[in-house]
Structure formats: structure tokens, C-alpha cells
Design a protein around this ligand. Sequence first.
Ligand code: AMP
Ligand code: MG
Length: 311
Amino acid sequence: MLSKIACLLLVAAGLASAEDQRFQFERPLMGTRFAITCYGEDEAAAKKAAEDAFKVGEEINAIASDYLPDSELMKLKPGEATKVSPLFAELLDASFIKARETEGCFDPTLGPLTKLWRETRKTQKLPDPETLAKARASCGWQDAEWNGQTSTILLKKPGMQLDLGAIAKGFTADKMFAVMKDHGFPRSCVAAGGDLRMGDPPPGRTAWRVGLQTFDTEKPEEVVELVNCAVSTSGDLHQFVEIDGKRYSHIIDPKTGLGMTEHVAVSVIAPMGVIADALDTAGCVAGAEKAEAMGMKFGATRVVVRTASKH
Ligand code: AMP
Ligand code: MG
């Protein structure tokens, strides 16, 4: 299923010379489509680079997915301090930094609540108050003890479970881009669904062109030109459930435990995908008034906030 396609890479055809061709590779990953666009001379080398990049993407998925029962994330047991792998440690480090900075608007411990949200989407029924209260009691980033020195995590509350869905794609796009660059393809863009990480511009151009689509409009609402950075958009463009005329987004409001009902879409441009991805979600939770200031304070170079009322 396509989780979000809110940043679209606009690729102009026919710009590359014969020596500098455009290659594209796609694969389903993390419940969405991942696409690598790169420019270079050698198709076989590009293919090999993309293959290695996807391998890293799959490795991160196998570590951090909350859909795979055997992932490193799903094997964490509340009450047991666990030393994690270096890649997972890097992702957890970034996650807990962003949780602290955003005061829990981005909260990596909402697993029990996102599980309920998925249930709600299936049944079209909100959870009963008791179930909701129980799930809420198992969440809270301040009750997860992450020690970056020892790479150890301790989930302190019974039933606690991580959900890194709001940051993992941006993190993965960064890692995959790094592989492309290491293989000699600095003119690459990795699209992890709607989370984009790009390097040097396509040949003959000064930037990558990215369309920002935040609500159901036919055309992107804005086209931005980007080089060596990342862009990520969050909002309820595709993932929501409507109950009794109210639209609950897949972004959980930690204050209520339910999906957000304020319709805001936030695009974040930042030097790294991991930053852009965490901050787009945090911005939606913080709300239209606060999203920009929060993003700019914690690593964004630009934040675009849109509310549904404008459409
Ligand atoms: P994104 O599309 O980047 O905003 O990520 C949304 C996903 O992150 C959801 O599908 C949940 O798995 C998870 N999530 C939802 N709400 C939050 C939140 N407040 N903080 C962190 N992760 C969240
Ligand atoms: Mg996000």
C-alpha cells in the first residue's frame, strides 16, 4: 500500500547526454515504493549500486519494522535492557533526540497506540475507553531509557512497543543515498515513498525539482528546487479513517491517543532525511501554529505548513 506520495520527484526527460544517462530502479519496501533515480555513464554500475542501496534498505526494514515479528525492534521485551545493533542504535539515537527536542510530538514509543489505530481503520470503530487507556499507559518516550553510550534500550512500561514509522523512511533514504554516493553516483535521489533524499543535481541542471503535494489537489501545490538535502511531507493525504463524520489521521496525538483530527500537512526540508521525516510528523502534532518554529529550531532549513481549510 502506498503510505504517502506527498513529495513527488519531477524528472524532466531527455536532459542527460549519452554519456550521462538517467537510470531508475524501484522496489516495494516498508509498505510503500522506494525509487532510486541516478545519473551516470555505466548502466551495470548503476544497477549494482542500486542493488546495494536496496540491500541496506531491506536491512533497516528487517531491524526496525513493527510489521515483522522477528525484527530487532519487535524482539525488544519491556523490562529487559537490550543492547542493539549499530544501525539500530543510530536510528534510536536520532529518534530519542527528536523526541526530546519536540517534547514528545514525535514519540517513538507509540507502538500500542498505532496498533489500535490500525485496528480502528479495519473495524471503522474507535477503541473503547478502557482499551484506549490501557494502550496510552504503555506509551511515553520518557519511560523508554535509551543509552547511546552502551547502545542499550530499556522499555520500562509493561506492553511498551516502539514504532519508528515516522522516522525510518527518512533515515533509510539517507543510508541508501550514501551507498549510491559511495558507488560513484553523487547525482542520485532516493525516494522512500514520499521521503526524498537527493545529492548533486542531474547533469545540466542546478537542482532536483520536487513537487509538494499536501492535500488532494491535482497538481503539486509548490515545486521546490533542491540539492544535497532531504524533503519529507506528512499529513492525512492518504492515510486516515473517517468515523461519524470525523477524520482521524494516521498521525497519533499523544495527548488523546487517537489520530489527529486537525487537518494540517507539513513539509520539511532539512540537510538529512532522518531530520526531515521526524520533524514533519512532529509538526503535524504540534499544529499549524507551532510547526514552523519547531521545525526551524531543530534542524529544518524550511517548513511549509498547510491547513485543509485553504482547500
Ligand atoms: P509520517 O508519515 O512520517 O508522519 O509517519 C507516520 C507514522 O508514524 C504512522 O503511521 C505511525 O506508524 C507513526 N506515528 C504516528 N504518530 C506518531 C507520533 N506522534 N510520533 C511518532 N510516530 C508516530
Ligand atoms: Mg515523518
